[in-house]
Write a new protein. Structure first.
Length: 305
């Protein structure tokens, strides 16, 4: 039942507090998916169009009209990835290490930021192939119900032609600006990519007729201010996170202002060292953080934190 899923999600959110460790889950998922790069973008824009959407309900439009945290992994989804991620929150009662990581329990930390995580998977030609929405409250997604707490669309040309505004919030038209601000960013999209969008929306009951089962009462990062604070903490942790993954080589963070300006906060990337058994991690900061720090990484270092 929906109530059971929401209770379970609240338990997970209580166990995984809203701090910089949230990003470890996204980073580990990207690494497990064999992505070499992950990009976090706090998007403050609320002026996305609402005339050509897959659904015209008020709650669905709300997802378009709210700031969001976007996360780009530079590796497209395989069919088994869709199967795995669509089983979120449906496992056993005990959280095991096996369930943490690639689209397991750990991904549910996204609900600290949103009631309704969404993502679009793209092929290597920048064409969207799948659009997925998770709606445990059955509040936003069309036709969401107790036995179907979300929806997956397999995107065809007709979708992009008839509903173009639906895909704009997934950073359409912004990749070149991200690259301009950080040349190391999004260099290789030959394996496709995925853009997760976490609209910063959290519904709460306005009266006592709703029990705690009906909303994500443990969610603690559903505002732009809170997410920006978390990204600032990631600035200090990113270089160390790269030392304990297998495939990921670059982490970046940006903001997009309401006026469409792109602000680059940091990029940290692994680079080859002259020492045969070491790699180095170079992190560059923009604005008031202009300096570079180099860290050494043993090539056979463990893959988990």
């Amino acid at each position: 039942q929906v109530e059971d899923l929401v209770v379970r999600l609240n338990g997970i959110l209580k166990k995984y507090p809203a701090n910089s460790s949230i990003f470890k889950e996204f980073i580990q998922n990207a690494d497990d998916a064999k992505a070499t790069e992950i990009v976090f973008v706090l998007d403050h824009r609320t002026n996305h169009g609402c005339k050509s959407l897959l659904c015209d309900s008020r709650n669905w439009k709300e997802l378009q009209e709210t700031p969001a945290l976007c996360i780009i992994n530079n590796h497209g989804f395989l069919e088994e990835d869709f199967t795995g991620i669509c089983q979120l929150g449906m496992g056993g009662k005990e959280d095991t290490q096996k369930s943490i990581g690639r689209f397991g329990i750990g991904f549910n930390v996204a609900y600290h930021m949103t009631d309704c995580p969404t993502f679009v998977s793209y092929d290597s030609s920048n064409n969207p192939t799948n659009f997925c929405v998770f709606d445990p409250l059955c509040r936003y997604c069309p036709r969401a119900e107790k036995q179907r707490r979300g929806r997956r669309w397999k995107i065809e040309r007709a979708h992009t032609e008839n509903f173009p505004e639906q895909f704009v919030p997934f950073l359409e038209g912004k990749f070149d600006e991200l690259r301009k601000n950080s040349p190391n960013c999004l260099r290789d999209l030959s394996n496709g990519y995925v853009v997760f969008r976490l609209p910063l929306v959290h519904w709460k009951p306005t009266n006592e007729t709703h029990s705690n089962k009906h909303y994500l009462k443990e969610a603690d990062a559903g505002s732009s201010t809170k997410v920006k604070h978390l990204l600032e903490s990631l600035t200090d942790d990113a270089q160390n996170m790269l030392l304990f993954v297998n495939n990921l080589q670059c982490i970046s963070a940006f903001e997009i202002t309401e006026d469409e300006d792109v602000v680059h906060h940091f990029t940290t990337a692994l680079t080859e060292s002259s020492h045969p058994d070491m790699q180095t991690s170079d992190i560059t900061y923009e604005a008031s953080f202009q300096h570079t720090v180099t860290y050494a990484k043993p090539r056979n270092s463990p893959s988990r934190w």
